[in-house]
Design a binder for this molecule. Sequence first.
Ligand code: ZN
Length: 256
Amino acid sequence: MADTQSVISDVKLFIERLKKELPEVFSTPSGPAEGSGPAPENRVLYNGDLYQARMYLTPDQEEGVAFDGEIFHVYLQSKTADPSALVTQWLRDKAGETLRQKTQQWAEKMGVEYNNITIKDQRTLWASCSGKKNINYSYRIIKMPLAVQDYLIVHELSHLVHMNHGQEYWQLVAQYCPDYNHHRKWLNENKGSIFADVELTYREEEENRPSTQEPAQEAQPAEEPATPAKEQTPAQEAPQANESPTQGQAAKEEQN
Ligand SMILES: [Zn+2]
């Protein structure tokens, strides 16, 4: 992932240079963020990759989303349907399924037990673990690369042993996730795109496209999770996985 970061930095620098050389191309004041073409791209961030989304008007078919591993196919019953909501629900369902499964696997490996897992839509918090051994996850975790998802799970499960961020706590995290510092950095740098809502726009010209699978057209580089193509959520409270103690709370919540 370190390479991804440097690639993204390079792309940003390249675009900054283009802006100077070709100002007319970039003259729209609120143009899309770096990396996208002139029209806003319909993309979905999932497991750390940006995937293309295609929308189809299919009034006779149930609304829904199908992901074929390369493209999100979104079936709409009317032009006023909300493709963003459909894909968001898909991500939430997927998050519930995936995070429950992974947490179970990690808990067995670490020899810890938890009670319930709840999937929430937290905008400023990745996850939390309560004194009653209940774990909450933001469904947005599903947008992160798999290794970062694993880190957050290990982070919360480690709180079942140490309800703080003390030295022993981080030693336990490191035992199962030696690269945790790298993942914390990633989270800090990419929180904008992770917390950004899915934003898809149905376009007329897509209406008559066949709903069968087509080859992905010029796929984005496989790993480009960080492009904040959408507006970022307003500055949240800093998400440092700070080392502060739990302040006497039963629940310890943190960003990463
Ligand atoms: Zn924590």
